[in-house]
Design a protein around this ligand. Structure first.
Ligand code: NAD
Length: 494
């Protein structure tokens, strides 16, 4: 089928036509089970589109197609330079549909059109272009050993890789995954989130149109418990790359271990600390702190959701931060001045509300917000908790919504201890004008990314990933290429 939508709003006017099938072996097909998934509109909970639901059988078909492509037309059979050209053509194609991509992201996920336009979509395109550049540059080394011997390494693609992505940045997560995998010549079986499949469907068509060989990229929309699980335990998939919750990450690793011990990379949750010292530029820290936690409605794995403020500036910070957060405009994702749209789903809305309830029950103080906005859709008020205790759920667990906890601290040792008191280690931020203090704190924080005097800054050429239970492996930059290659060492006796 085809999903047709006519946009007519202050940000975008135009029509999109999106194929709603599965994309397997270079063709659009219906799911073998014949059923569909309802995709709902997060602004009102109404039905937006029906898309094909993939099954385990469809994963098998996609894996077979990927393996065929890898053995015949893709992988070793397409030189890196050609793979690079294809990725660049894909980036061009995305640029030609720039506003449509922004609009579909806003429609499906609820993120604001303006953010999609200024951040998500350009970052997605830059990621594809960046890896297009790498496609013929990630080669092995010659290594000196003995006089009569030659040793060298080859970076080979792994083969058929499974990729499972979440709903929080549907397009960007897809590009972070396919960029390095296609650049290095792997064949992909991709599962987008069942909540937000529309931009992935657009991408499949674009990949098709720019001339990637059939089977190099396959898209199987479906549920985690069926399609996701089948990918994780498939004996012919040699690697699975996942972004999503730590609970699911654990299941995927278990399935991988029990099947063929496939290579696993995981990008999981976080509960990132944002530390603001007495000597920080307070106004700067306030603006960044708000961006840190409320960006994308808090649906960001690296959200700086625990804000630690040193005692001397705590009051001033809290007053200015509250004023800033009150100015966040919640509403229609297509509104030109909207800062925050709806959460992605009823499920997420309910989860966030239950965390807010638990904060109240456990005795924290609701300093701001805490309720819903409007009477339909999944809108949540930007919320600030104070007066928390370290063991409270709202301090320990990832809420994935617009909810901050602001915590007063006394000295550096105290804040480092509290900041690291979490299962997670995805990211952290430090605000201070004293470079010694800032960098000493950086060294003590257990996190895969640490920002100094900024937060949630991501670049396609800088690695991103977690310490501790926030994940395994790194996305982006040169580092991600190693996730998708096997190193073959060759010894030659001369
Ligand atoms: P999730 O981990 O359940 O879903 C992510 C992806 O995994 C989806 O495509 C889903 O279909 C798939 N999946 C689910 N179960 C699976 C299984 N058994 N095997 C294989 N794949 C499976 O995340 P969610 O339920 O959508 O969100 C729950 C929480 O996850 C959020 O509240 C948040 O804490 C966290 N989350 C983190 C990120 C991140 O970027 N780190 C992204 C989304 C969600």
């Amino acid at each position: 089928g085809v999903f047709t939508h006519q946009f007519a709003n202050e940000s975008f006017n135009g029509q999109v036509n999106i194929n709603t099938g599965l994309f397997i072996d270079g063709q659009w097909v219906d799911g073998s089970g014949g059923s569909t998934i309802d995709v709902l509109n997060p602004t009102n909970g109404e039905l937006l589109a029906k898309v094909s639901e993939g099954t385990a059988e469809d994963v098998n078909l996609a894996v077979a197609a990927a393996q065929r492509a890898f053995d015949t037309t893709w992988g070793h059979n397409t030189p890196g330079s050609v793979r690079g050209i294809l990725l660049n053509k894909l980036a061009d194609k995305m640029e030609s549909q720039y506003d449509a991509l922004c609009a579909v992201e806003a429609l499906d996920n609820g993120l604001t059109f303006q953010w999609a336009k200024n951040a998500d979509v350009p970052a997605s395109i830059a990621t594809i272009r960046y890896y297009g550049g790498w496609a013929d540059k990630f080669h092995g080394k010659t290594i000196e050993t003995d006089k009569n011997k030659l040793a060298y390494t080859i970076h080979e693609p792994i083969g058929v890789v499974g990729q499972i992505i979440p709903w929080n940045f549907p397009l960007l997560m897809l590009c972070w995954k396919i960029g390095p995998a296609l650049a290095t010549g792997n064949a992909i079986v991709m599962k987008p989130s069942e909540f937000t499949p529309l931009s992935a469907l657009m991408m499949a068509e674009m990949i098709h149109q720019v001339g990637f060989p059939a089977g190099a990229f396959n898209l199987v929309v479906g549920y985690g418990s069926t399609v996701g699980q089948t990918i994780s335990e498939h004996p012919l998939i040699e690697k699975v790359a996942f972004t999503g919750s730590t609970v699911t990450g654990r299941k995927i690793m278990e399935a991988a271990a029990k099947s063929n011990l496939k290579n696993v990379t995981l990008e999981l949750g976080g509960k990132s600390p944002n530390i603001i010292f007495n000597d920080a530029d307070i106004d700067q820290a306030v603006n960044w702190a708000a961006h840190g936690v409320y960006w994308n409605h808090g649906q960001c794995c690296c959200a700086g959701s625990r804000i630690f403020v040193q005692s001397k500036i705590y009051q001033e910070f809290l007053e200015k931060f509250t004023k800033k957060v009150k100015s966040i405009k919640v509403g229609d994702p297509f509104g030109k001045d909207t800062n925050q749209g709806p959460q992605v789903s009823q499920l997420q809305f309910d989860r966030i509300m239950s965390y807010i309830e638990s904060g109240k029950e456990q005795g924290a103080n609701i300093h701001l917000g805490g309720g819903r906005v409007g009477d339909k859709g999944y809108y949540v008020e930007p919320t600030i908790f104070t007066g928390t205790k370290p063991e409270m759920k709202i301090v320990q667990e990832e809420i994935f919504g617009p909810v901050a906890v602001v915590i007063k601290f006394e000295d550096e040792d105290d804040v480092v201890r509290q900041a690291n008191d979490t299962l997670y280690g995805l990211a952290a931020a430090v605000f201070s004008k004293d470079i010694d203090r800032a960098l000493q704190t950086v060294n003590k924080l257990k996190a895969g990314t640490v920002w100094v005097n900024c937060i949630n800054v991501l670049n396609h050429n800088v690695p991103f990933g977690g310490f501790k239970q926030s994940g395994i492996g790194r996305e982006l930059g040169e580092y991600a290429l190693s996730n998708y290659t096997n190193v073959k060492a060759v010894h030659v006796n001369i």
